[in-house]
Design a protein around this ligand. Structure first.
Ligand code: F0G
Length: 457
């Protein structure tokens, strides 16, 4: 009988020590960090699930590429290597290298945005929303209705609600829509995949109204895995072909290479339209760098070119998605409410349900994230009313859900690290009733979750 365990498809050549701390020490660290996990030092963290972004372990081939990096200011070999890889994958002729995803967002949405404009997405990621709103434009989320029930299975919970999007287009007028942004996988909506069926419907909707269709493609390889597994038409396709098919439907993409390009820094903007690309290139040169490096060094571009190849390998993607699911399934078996089914890059705990005695204005997600840290040295991130809630003259507007995201870095942790996290959850379940909420004592005007200070209630 073949072995059932899906092993890590790599062996470890270099190690980075992590430091055990005591619960007493961690209570002091988190107090000093004003109960904001972003303000902890990484040495105070044992298992870092804050993000899957820029935290990947690179392969031997990527490191070899780093040594080959051509650091010429213009027309570097490394630029051509990255450009060709991105061009082969996306089919888009105009490629603008940026230092990370949000720089590409600032350039594109800065150009397309402005007051009176509206952007529509399955769910805008926080930096996407902030870059849009910063221009004075409006960002409207149209998640698929299945997204509302976190516990109920639906194969493509990341889909865009086509009907809702069409209503927004009619309400604002198609000429005022800056772009329709399809985020794959849908990070803020639970790391849930978007079907090809939905991407095609988005393309049709955009064609009908003459609207630009932009893919936020930072986890497109993980998304392709789900399409392969869940959409019959694609059961025989390879993962890269699936991604290529999705790129063909759109007018361009933004990609934070810090996710599915398996690197620690980097990103790009790629477009079909020459006029738009030229306008963006002007902004690129002013704010990032010359067109053949943008915000990147030659060695970064080498690592991206190689990472984009490796990420589509079947053994890698199978291990990647299976190991995320493993954590999610085990926590669900313990009775922890999670977004179901488990997404690609992270497990999302439903803190609103888990701590049903803590109201949204006391941030149950923050409470659970702090508990995970104190009990196990595990750092996750709140994705709830701290991140997306707002207070104005009408009062407090909570986020649709109070979640804690445990994002799994790529190729970094082994199954025993994951088993440790699962065990820590037992302690948190045992003391569930004792948990208390938090209040914000200091916050900046944008992206407050990064730097806000909290106090336990
Ligand atoms: N779009 C999505 C869907 C993202 O998840 C991110 C980043 C970005 C854009 C911005 O890219 O960080 O390279 O500037 N997500 C990280 C996360 C930060 O933790 O989910 P960036």
């Amino acid at each position: 009988m073949p072995a059932k365990t899906i092993i890590e498809p790599f062996r470890i050549k270099m190690v980075e020590p992590i430091h055990a701390t005591t619960e007493v020490e961690r209570k002091e660290y988190i107090r000093k960090a004003h109960y904001n996990l972003f303000l902890l030092n990484s040495d105070e963290v044992l298992i870092d699930f804050l993000t899957d972004s820029g935290t990947s372990a690179m392969s031997a081939e990527q490191w070899a590429g780093m040594m080959r990096g051509d650091e010429s200011y213009a027309g570097a070999r490394s630029w051509h290597r990255m450009r060709e890889e991105i061009h082969d994958l996306t089919g888009y002729p105009h490629i603008l290298p940026t230092h990370q995803g949000r720089a590409a967002e600032r350039i594109l949405y800065g150009y397309l945005g402005g007051s009176g404009k509206v952007f529509i997405s399955n769910t805008h990621f926080d930096t996407t929303r902030a870059n849009i709103e910063f221009t004075g434009a409006t960002a409207i989320d149209c998640p698929h209705p299945s997204n509302a029930d976190s516990a109920k299975y639906y194969p493509f919970k990341g889909d865009l609600d086509i009907e809702a999007a069409e209503k927004v287009i009619r309400e604002y007028g198609s000429e005022n829509v800056g772009a329709l942004i399809l985020t794959v996988t849908n990070n803020s909506g639970g790391g849930q995949p978007v079907s090809m069926h939905n991407a095609r419907a988005v393309r049709d909707l955009c064609k009908k109204y003459g609207i630009r269709f932009i893919l936020d493609a930072c986890r497109i390889a993980e998304n392709a895995y789900f399409i392969h597994e869940r959409e019959e038409e694609f059961a025989e396709h390879d993962f890269r072909e699936i991604a290529m098919e999705m790129f063909r439907l759109a007018d361009g993409c933004i990609m934070s290479a810090k996710k599915d390009a398996l690197v620690n820094i980097g990103g790009f903007l790629a477009l079909k339209d020459k006029t738009l690309a030229e306008a963006c290139q002007n902004l690129l040169i002013i704010t990032e760098g010359f067109t053949t490096y943008g915000g990147l060094s030659g060695r970064d571009m080498e690592a991206i070119a190689q990472g984009l190849k490796e990420v589509f390998r079947a053994d890698y993607l199978k291990y990647r998605i299976r190991s995320t699911t493993y954590l999610g399934e085990k926590l669900k078996d313990k009775g922890v409410p999670v977004i179901w089914p488990i997404g690609g890059h992270a497990v999302y705990l439903d803190a609103g349900k888990f701590y049903s005695h803590i109201p949204p204005e006391q941030f149950p997600g923050q409470a659970l994230a702090v508990e995970l840290y104190i009990k196990g040295g595990i750092r996750g991130v709140e994705i709830g009313s701290v991140m997306f809630g707002k207070t104005d003259e009408q009062g407090f507007h909570p986020a649709p859900k109070e979640l804690v995201r445990l994002a799994i870095p790529r190729r970094v942790y082994t199954q025993s690290h994951i088993d440790y996290v699962i065990e820590i959850m037992d302690d948190i379940i045992a003391e569930k009733e004792k948990a208390r909420g938090y209040r914000i004592v200091k916050e900046p005007p944008f992206l407050r979750h990064f730097s806000a200070h909290f106090e336990p209630l």
